[in-house]
Ligand binder design. Sequence first.
Ligand SMILES: [Zn+2]
Length: 268
Amino acid sequence: MKQITLLYHDVLEEGAHQQSGFPDPAAARYKLGRAAFVEHLQAINTVLQSQPITIEQLPQVTQQPIPFTIGFDDGGVSSATIIAEELGQFDWKGHFFITTDWIGKPGFVNENQIRELDAAGHRIGSHTCSHPNPMSQCSQSQLVGEWTQSIARLSDILGHSVEVASIPGGAYGKNVARAAATAGIRWLFTSEPVRASWQINGCTMLGRYGIECEDAPRKAAAFVAEDWTVLTREWMAWNAKKTIKRVGGTLYYKLRRWQQNLRHDDKQ
Ligand SMILES: [Zn+2]
């Protein structure tokens, strides 16, 4: 099964990036302004040949043209206050991945908003309890706990089972996937920039193409249109970054935080 999924995070009205989602500077590069987000949706719409699907439809839909899904990580409050409204202009359904320890905190969706998104036909999924990073370095019991408890909390809020999730920080590993399968997750979105899906212990892994605030709307549209050059460039950049992470280990994360803090200080 192949699909194209675009991964977004928060969408902001004009002003501080702390309005929605994680307040740290590292998160800011994934947050789009509302006007830019609308331009992304419009650009995607021009190349889209059929409506976006929700993930459980994937086995049933024809693979031509390639199915498209759209998802939003972290559970920032803009999921309910901006994103759902803008998706509604196109009658699109999205996937909202909630970090359950943050439910109801400033800048994050509360329980009612999660129920409203669900009732509007969007899919609610887990983005773990605490957003560990890098998740693939957690112990097996931590991994199972992050998935099991977050799924239980969301199922409790919604009154029905939740079987979809996304991995924080793009830290995919087979250990993360196996723990998700143990927790009963059937669909697990990674940040691997691929169209293919693959199976681990009965759980279907899915790739996603991440969008950052500096990405032009035409880049999002190029992903959806399967522009070979753009897909390949993304794949190569991602794998180069993965190699650096593997070689540099925790040093990579320290350097990244240091660099992001410098950038943040520059802007102030
Ligand atoms: Zn995240």
